[in-house]
Write a protein that binds this ligand. Structure first.
Ligand code: ASP
Ligand code: MG
Length: 465
């Protein structure tokens, strides 16, 4: 059985939901082949209609600030949009039922908005109750849409499937309870050959109070559900083809990464490979369930990117090269550090005090260099360290991060990488013991040519030697 998660853009409008239906139909047909080892499913997990969550949270804030009219305007717009999309449900009785459900949900929201306008306060608990409506509605619509297109689906209210802590706006799953809820509410549907459709992002406490898993939480829902039900694969259907070998705005001829390890995906995420947040799929990876990223607007030719615990052997050393600009390098040198203990702690204390997070670190016996993204508090940090060290800063720097599990087994990789960027002044080099990545810090102006040369060397046939 597979879990198929569709993000906001994959359910944004009638056209998107039509494509979703075709994609689920193909998966269903594959599942019911006689030679298929598992005829159950798929389980479908959906996000709210694209942009709906932002709008719901926005109107909650408006109501709380006393702008009830503004909030009501947004309620009307959202109501209209959901009713429009419900036209996808071909079956008239089913459609009327869903339309009534939509109206009831928005009538309720309208009352909440009025109340919040009086209270002038939006608690996290209210934010969850409001934001959850996005997925509750989208999942109800998609379930009916699938059924009316000949795919017997059943809506599963996520509040009966996902049991969480009461940490509103960032609740954590309660595993035992969620597994029990899923076997009570989803397993019987699968056994009856129906397609369960669940809203992502949403859950409820043991007492039934609505919660959410935090922004972008639908991937997490899919991974939790897949892990609990023992899915064979989790598919994340989104609006990009998958992970790429480099940032296409920086490098020409980038390629799709067909397969990478979870650890590699985690390294790349920091550099804004925003396809998914790796932490959200951890439950699946821990259980050794493959996660595949696929493009819902091009289902035919999309091979997607597969993420598994281990990367397949026998590939080139490098999986992708990531980069980041707008970086500040801070150099701290002091002869006092010579043979002294506690010096690093002293330095990092100041970064902590000024809430500045450090990304790359290199050290020698008498100096420490760090990179930071947010240089706003650097003057204070420099002042605080002035009596123990010489501190300098350099802005407009860039990070290049060459990522690949294969680096571990290629002793010559660093040499080849440095050869590829020969002539480019390198400010910092870092390779951790795990040897999954090599990080270079260079000037921003050198970034594009350096990336192009690395990409050419390791990802194109002309470059490979
Ligand atoms: N709809 C939620 C959000 O926009 C959850 C998700 O789409 O993953 O954050
Ligand atoms: Mg998302």
């Amino acid at each position: 059985m597979i879990v198929m998660k569709f993000g906001g853009t994959s359910v944004a409008d009638l056209g998107a939901i039509e494509r979703l239906i075709a994609i689920v139909r193909a998966a269903r047909q594959a599942a019911i082949q006689p030679e298929s080892p598992d005829w159950r499913g798929p389980v479908v997990v959906v996000s709210a209609l694209g942009g709906a969550t932002d709008r719901l949270l926005g109107l909650a804030a408006e109501a709380g600030a006393g702008d009830v009219e503004g909030a009501r305007e947004n309620v009307r717009a959202l109501r209209g949009r959901h009713l429009e999309v419900a036209a996808i449900i071909g079956h008239a009785t089913e459609r009327k039922e869903v339309e009534q459900f939509i109206r009831d949900e928005f009538d309720d929201l309208d009352r909440v908005v009025g109340a919040l306008g009086v209270l002038r306060e939006v608690t996290p608990r209210w934010l969850d109750a409001i934001a959850a409506k996005g997925e509750i509605l989208s999942s109800r619509i998609v379930a009916a849409a699938l059924t009316s297109h000949g795919l017997a689906a059943s809506w599963v209210d996520a509040r009966r499937a996902m049991v969480t802590t009461g940490d509103h706006t960032s609740a954590a799953p309660l595993w035992k309870e969620t597994a029990a809820a899923l076997s009570a509410n989803v397993d019987p549907l699968l056994a009856a050959r129906r397609i369960p459709v669940v809203g992502g992002f949403v859950g409820a406490t043991r007492d039934g109070v609505t919660t959410t898993l935090g922004r972008g939480g639908s991937d997490y829902s899919a991974a939790i559900i897949g892990a609990c039900l023992g899915a064979g694969e989790i598919q994340i259907w989104t609006d990009v083809d998958g992970m790429l070998t480099a940032d296409p705005r920086m490098v020409e001829n980038v390629r799709l990464v067909p397969h990478l390890s979870f650890a590699e995906a985690s390294e790349l995420a920091y550099f804004g490979a925003k396809v998914l947040h790796p932490a959200t799929i951890l439950p699946a990876v821990t259980k050794n369930i493959p996660v595949r990223i696929l493009n819902s607007s091009r289902p035919q030719d999309a091979v997607g990117t597969l993420i598994t615990r281990e990367r397949p052997a026998g590939r080139g050393p490098l999986t992708a090269v990531a980069s980041k600009t707008g970086v500040t390098v801070v150099d701290i040198s002091s002869t006092r550090m010579l043979m002294a203990h506690g010096f690093l702690r002293r330095i990092f204390e100041e970064f902590e005090r000024y809430r500045t997070s450090v990304d790359v670190v290199t050290t020698s016996e008498v100096s420490v260099s760090v990179t930071i993204d947010d240089g706003r508090r650097v003057p204070e940090i420099m002042a605080a360290l002035a009596d123990v060290a010489d501190v300098t800063r350099e802005d407009h720097m860039a990070i290049i991060c060459a990522v690949g599990d294969g680096l571990q087994t290629d002793p010559a990789f660093v040499t080849r990488l440095l050869e590829a960027v020969e002539g480019v002044p390198i400010r910092m080099v870092s390779q951790a013991a795990a040897r999954r990545n090599i990080t270079l810090v260079i000037a921003e102006r050198d970034l594009a040519p350096a990336l192009a040369r690395i990409h050419q060397r390791f990802f194109t046939t002309e470059g490979a030697s």
